[in-house]
Design a protein around this ligand. Sequence first.
Ligand code: NOJ
Length: 549
Amino acid sequence: MSEESSTWYKDAVFYELYIRAFADGNGDGKGDFAGLTARLDYLQELGVDCIWLLPMYGSPLLDDGYDIADFYAIHPDYGTLADFCTFIAAAHARGLRVIVDLVLNHTSDQHPWFQASRRCQEPYTDYYVWSKTGQEYANARIIFLDSEPSNWTFDPLRGEYYWHRFFFHQPDLNYDNPAVQAEMLRVMRYWLDLGIDGFRADAVPYLFERAGTNCENLPETHAFLRRVRAVADTEYPGKILLAEANQWPEDVRPYFGGDPVDPCLPGDEFNLGFHFPVMPRLYMALRQHDRSAIVDILQRTPPIPGNCQWCTFLRNHDELTLEMVTEEERQYLWREYAPEPRMRLNLGIRRRLAPLVDNDRRRIELLNSLLFTLPGSPIIYYGDEIGMGDNIWLPDRNGVRTPMQWDDGPNAGFSTSPAESLYAPVITAPPYDYACINVAAQRADPGSLLHTIRHFIQVRKLHPVFGRGDLCFLLGPPRPVLAFLRSYGGATLLALHNLSDGRQSCALDLSAFIGQVPCDLLNDATLPAIGAGPYAVELPAYGYRWLGI
Ligand code: NOJ
């Protein structure tokens, strides 16, 4: 296998989808594997490489499946194990890979392990983190600030407190117990044996607890995660692991493993890691008409091993998290992007991409252009490729998890069930109503957002520089312009973005490329040859260009 094909994920475009929300195959109002399998042509046509599935396991669904009661079952709403295997085979037949969520940190309180642990039944007594006082680990922050007053909850049955970093009904597993580690490696092997291509590992910073620390990113946690990687590499070569660690870049760096002093040595922990802090800064830079926030965070991002990759995103199934910004920046982003209190949740914003930018096509495209040209493998959140809206009146994060809008027929083509049986209402409020915003309409319209995103993916696939190129900012142009070079294997991409609502003229120092003739990768137009002086390019309001030189 060549170096490039063994690191396919560096060139990949990911597509995140919630099985419940995507397509209902049996008419019960809930998405399922039969429905998803029937819609795979759409994803193939879009051109994405890898589907990331939100949890599909046995669960009471109090945290949409991140509360797992049976690691070995497919949730009955979504079909059977056979349906799951049919889906994997159908995806693979279309050249699509599939990764699924692996929730290592916690289970549902309905999991039989927890029920046995509450009763001190062996061998489960120490499967969870128990305390007689509930006073330990006071330095650990509370993540779900809106709903949880403490990381400890008292269990009257056992007469002790149990530890949980998320909802009270999601007790954390005790990784100091070797049996727990063995159980979770077994879970992982089970799904890899069924042919998936890897995992998005949920909430990895919190596996271990130690007194006097904030209980995040501990050395013990990294040691276990390296074991996970070793199992994947030795028993399932080619499978990938993507870390969800909502942390600063210097704290995420160790999740790639390898040697921080010599970034050339290969990583031995995660193949991929989300770059959380860059995301809110894309929105900040856009609102401030100033590239500084993006430049600063990427300049402070340490190098990662050559076999590793960042994953970037504009939105996902959670609130737009503002954990990785300062208090002042958070207040600013809340003010600008979530003016109504209902739009806010925890330390974030429960809105989708299109409503965040007032459904302004120019800004939606600009943000996507940044996503596609900055370092990292982009992840598209289902529905954002057609500019779906949200419903902030639904509880928790459900407002960004509404049914996929396929057409203007009943239930947006998502389900044949009566509307009142849908797991969540479809969006009917203009301008995001499904009569207006849907796949069928955009498929038929060559000028649609769907076609633009498809085109972005096609162009990106032709040029490995997008996934693999290094990054060099050109700081000469005015601050509303973000200009940067990406270079790989003799190819160079010059990406230009105008973050402002006014026209911008750039005079670029391209003296390293004198004599070259840039080509606009998005429309194949050639530009004037690069000469000795500054190179002039004009950008319309919120304009962007991808130039190959
Ligand atoms: C991170 C997931 O993205 C989120 O949806 C979930 O609520 C928490 N982990 C807890 O499992």
